[in-house]
Ligand binder design. Structure first.
Ligand code: PMP
Length: 383
């Protein structure tokens, strides 16, 4: 019997040690000091799950659909997504087709499987900077390197900026439009140019389209999947239908890649939550126009309050804005966020999403009255 004492810290892998705990949680902890904070930090929809979707999930539970599903998902949902991909992109996700699809445990689940399926240690994956915070972590988990493509002030990657970063080790580029944390939406031309660049270099374009439904007129949503079969499409149901806790998304794309992701899913997540798959099957018939109009009004409110006091790329989609901390304040975004917290206002410093600490992210998935109060405070603090 060994006399060595048990020390759990010694058991932790280097991989995990290299991952920083989410800075968003640190904000929440600081926020505990606030009495009644106005919270513009949370990227979570403030609307309720549509009744038809809720009832379908409840019915599935009542009708004993509580076991595992097939690895790729319940058949009616897989068929529904396949017919969507056929209509929207001309993809053939059927048995004999060159594309394939799978239902995943959230968009994050799909991104995780994708990175593990394609990245070897030493490989590189180009991500936009600012980025959704898990992108660098996923590269780390796979032993690869996330190569940031600095996009300030337009917040869009271009063919020129990508080409400078491509090396023989580059395996993939992640595109996220509409973007978290900036709200920018790429045009059809911009998206097509990026996918052509990736294709010509033999690189996979992973397109994270979790906010595809949240696009504000006159902007329009463009997916690289309409232009190419050589992209990995990743979408989610959680943000769109207010059910982030259900953990549902899907991935579609080249069969060779999806089948490897499927192998990984089989031996990790097993399948996406079965009753909730029955729930989101109803989502395809949901009309989101009034919701999107409401978010458009909120976006306008953000622009009205903040544009006069700072630099702001007008958000054209998602529910985030990424204004600059005005230079004349002479402080970093982190210092500015502390100032906000002292004023009972929660926003997130840009350094959580970027190598720079010059901007803040605010979410306008917040009731109108709270948003207005928060923007009033923010505009005052920026003056
Ligand atoms: N991608 C982006 C850009 C996101 O903002 C999020 C959630 N904040 C995700 C992926 C993960 O979403 P899910 O909850 O579906 O895993």
């Amino acid at each position: 019997m060994s006399t060595q004492t048990f020390n759990a810290d010694h058991l932790i892998s280097d991989r995990v040690k290299h991952i920083e705990a989410s800075g968003i949680r640190a904000i929440w902890e600081m926020a505990q000091k606030c009495t009644d904070p106005i919270d513009l930090s949370i990227g979570q929809p403030d609307f309720l799950v549509p009744e038809a979707i809720k009832s379908a999930a409840i019915d599935a539970i009542t009708n004993n659909c509580n076991g595992y599903s097939k690895t790729h998902g319940i058949e009616p949902l897989v068929e529904r997504i396949a017919s969507y991909c056929a209509d929207a992109f001309g993809w053939d996700c059927s048995e004999g087709g060159s594309e394939s699809l799978m239902v995943t445990s959230g968009t994050a689940g799909a991104l995780t499987l994708a990175c593990l399926a394609i990245l070897n240690p030493g490989d590189e994956i180009i991500i936009p900077d600012p980025y959704f915070l898990i992108y660098p972590t996923l590269a780390t988990i796979a032993g690869a390197t996330a190569v940031p493509c600095l996009t300030y002030p337009s917040f869009k990657m271009t063919v020129e900026s990508i080409k400078k970063l491509i090396t023989p080790n580059t395996k993939a580029v992640i595109l996220n439009s509409p973007s978290n944390p900036t709200g920018v939406v790429y045009t059809t031309e911009e998206v097509n140019a990026l996918v052509e660049c990736c294709e010509s270099h033999g690189i996979l374009l992973i397109t994270d389209e979790i906010y595809d439904e949240f696009v504000f007129t006159p902007a329009t949503f463009a997916s690289p999947a309409t232009h190419s079969r050589n992209v990995l499409l990743i979408r989610g149901f959680g943000k769109t239908y207010g059910c982030t806790g259900w953990r549902l998304g899907f991935a579609a794309g080249p069969k060779a890649i999806i089948s490897e992701m499927m192998k990984l899913q089989q031996q990790t997540y097993v399948c996406a939550p079965t009753p909730f798959q029955h729930g989101v099957l109803q989502s395809f018939d949901t009309d989101l126009s009034s919701l999107v109009n409401q978010f458009t009004t909120r976006r306008d409110m953000v622009v009205d309050y903040l544009s006069p006091v700072t630099e702001l790329a007008t958000p054209e989609g998602a529910f985030y804005a990424f204004p600059k901390v005005p230079d004349h304040l002479g402080i970093s975004a982190t210092e500015f966020v502390h100032r906000c917290i002292e004023n009972d206002l929660l926003v997130i410093q840009g350094s959580i999403f970027s190598s720079k600490d010059t901007h803040i992210r605010l979410s306008f998935a917040t009731p109108d009255d709270k948003l207005e109060q928060g923007l009033t405070k923010l505009a005052n603090l920026m003056q």
